[in-house]
Write a protein that binds this ligand. Structure first.
Ligand SMILES: Cc1cc2nc3c(=O)[nH]c(=O)nc-3n(C[C@H](O)[C@H](O)[C@H](O)COP(=O)(O)OP(=O)(O)OC[C@H]3O[C@@H](n4cnc5c(N)ncnc54)[C@H](O)[C@@H]3O)c2cc1C
Length: 386
């Protein structure tokens, strides 16, 4: 951790925050989600809330550097703690961007304390990477909205008190609106879907669910901007989580390689293993530098965007794409160095191997990031040719 914190990207407050979180996260016995993922998530969330660890996740001004440090630290120690942090931010940021004072006051203070659990529901069976295909309809009648249909692959199903829900209020391109959805409304039901690594995930089914006008976040038609602004912020933090998983895998692999004897020396003394370890370190360093560059530029007034910025598409896209792909590679090599025992259920390598996989798919798959990056490149090149 210190090698990272010595880089010139951070303020002293951010360094202290990361050190304190690291010490606390190392000492805490995080719950095991394999038995009961929902209970583990709630318990992790309460711990984060009580310790003040969520203070940068659901408050403005949003410090991208503090938030990426938080996710790298938490992912290193516990995937479920990182997930609890991430979902609070994913559900809280839309309210920071466009919520009414009443919505913020009602939800964010309790979310910050870990008392309310949040979620973000946008994906539908026919609308994942391509959000223009969003079809769930919120029909307005008598000042209220009525919703029938479904969302799927939504994290924190069965656990969240509130979801930020995205639904169509008209057919045109700007016809998506965001709503604050309380999960105890009549007509709502939930069905669990089982992901690769333990994680409360599932479908939300709406049967004539009635939402009051006050549930609307921002104005009708603001939804897609709120969703993309939120995902734009979160993308750099997903990169940081990937780096946390990868750093853990590298530390564990190094420890194992230094202790494992074979062919008259340790595994760490075998030249081929040394080459693999060197490449793991180089890829991790590259990922972290890309992630902290994106975070620094997000926070920096010199980018021309400052605290009001919700998107740094090119830098965030590069950080997420490269960090998640590199982390998958690093974890795979760590498991390889660990050998047969590392592949058994319950080993740290096996856990990380499952935990890293969805990060290359959600919040913009790697291929979507490539599209975003190339679109930015072409825009820039077009401008410079003018
Ligand atoms: C563990 C987990 C948690 C999740 N949590 C949430 C949540 O909390 N809330 C929520 O709303 N959603 C959530 N999702 C859903 C997630 O956001 C979607 O799975 C993701 O957006 C991809 O959509 P899709 O699954 O429909 O895949 P598709 O859109 O069908 O894409 C399939 C694949 O096609 C490739 N692809 C996509 N676009 C292109 C392209 N232009 N060119 C080439 N290849 C391309 C990518 O490899 C992609 O993986 C979660 C998913 C997982 C796995």
């Amino acid at each position: 951790m210190e090698d990272l914190l010595n880089l010139p990207f951070f303020t002293d407050d951010q360094r202290s925050f990361a050190r304190e979180l690291d010490v606390n996260a190392r000492q805490h016995k995080w719950p095991d989600p394999e038995q009961d993922d929902a209970a583990a998530l709630k318990s992790a969330l309460r711990t984060l809330g009580k310790s003040g660890a969520l203070r940068h996740a659901v408050t403005e001004p949003w410090s991208m550097r503090a938030n990426v440090l938080a996710r790298e630290v938490l992912a290193y120690h516990s995937g479920i703690a990182d997930l609890a942090w991430a979902m609070q931010a994913l559900g809280g940021v839309p309210l920071l961007i466009a919520g009414s004072e009443a919505q913020k006051q009602h939800v964010l203070a309790k979310a910050l304390a870990g008392e309310y659990c949040l979620g973000f529901a946008i994906t539908e069976p026919d609308a994942g990477s391509d959000l223009s295909r969003l079809a769930l309809r919120a029909r307005k009648a008598g000042g209220e909205y009525f919703i029938t249909g479904e969302k799927h692959l939504v994290s924190n199903v069965g656990v969240a008190d509130y979801f930020v829900l995205f639904a169509r209020t008209s057919d045109d391109r700007r016809g998506v609106s965001a709503f604050l959805l309380s999960t105890d409304l009549p007509g709502l039901s939930f069905e669990l879907q089982r992901p690769l690594s333990p994680h409360p995930l599932g479908r939300i089914i709406f049967d004539k669910v009635k939402l009051p006008a006050e549930a609307l976040i921002g104005k009708e038609g603001d939804g897609m901007g709120i969703a993309l602004g939120t995902l734009g912020r979160m993308r750099t933090t997903v990169a940081a989580a990937a780096n946390g998983f990868a750093r853990r895998a590298l530390d564990e692999a190094l420890r194992h390689a230094m202790g494992r004897e074979m062919f008259g020396k340790t595994l760490a003394e075998q030249p081929i293993a040394q080459g693999i370890l060197a490449e793991m370190q180089a890829r991790l360093d590259a990922s972290r530098l890309l992630t902290y560059r994106a975070a620094y530029e997000f926070d920096s007034p010199s980018t021309g965007s400052g605290q009001a910025a919700t998107r740094i598409p090119m830098q965030a896209g590069i950080a997420k794409w490269q960090s998640t792909e590199n982390a998958q590679w690093i974890i795979d090599k760590a498991l390889q160095l660990g050998g047969g025992l590392a592949s058994l259920h319950g080993s740290i390598f096996e856990r990380l191997y499952r935990e890293i996989r969805p990060l290359r798919i959600y919040e913009g798959a790697s291929e979507v990031q490539q599209l975003v990056i190339s679109a930015e490149m072409l825009k820039k090149a077009g401008k410079s040719n003018d």
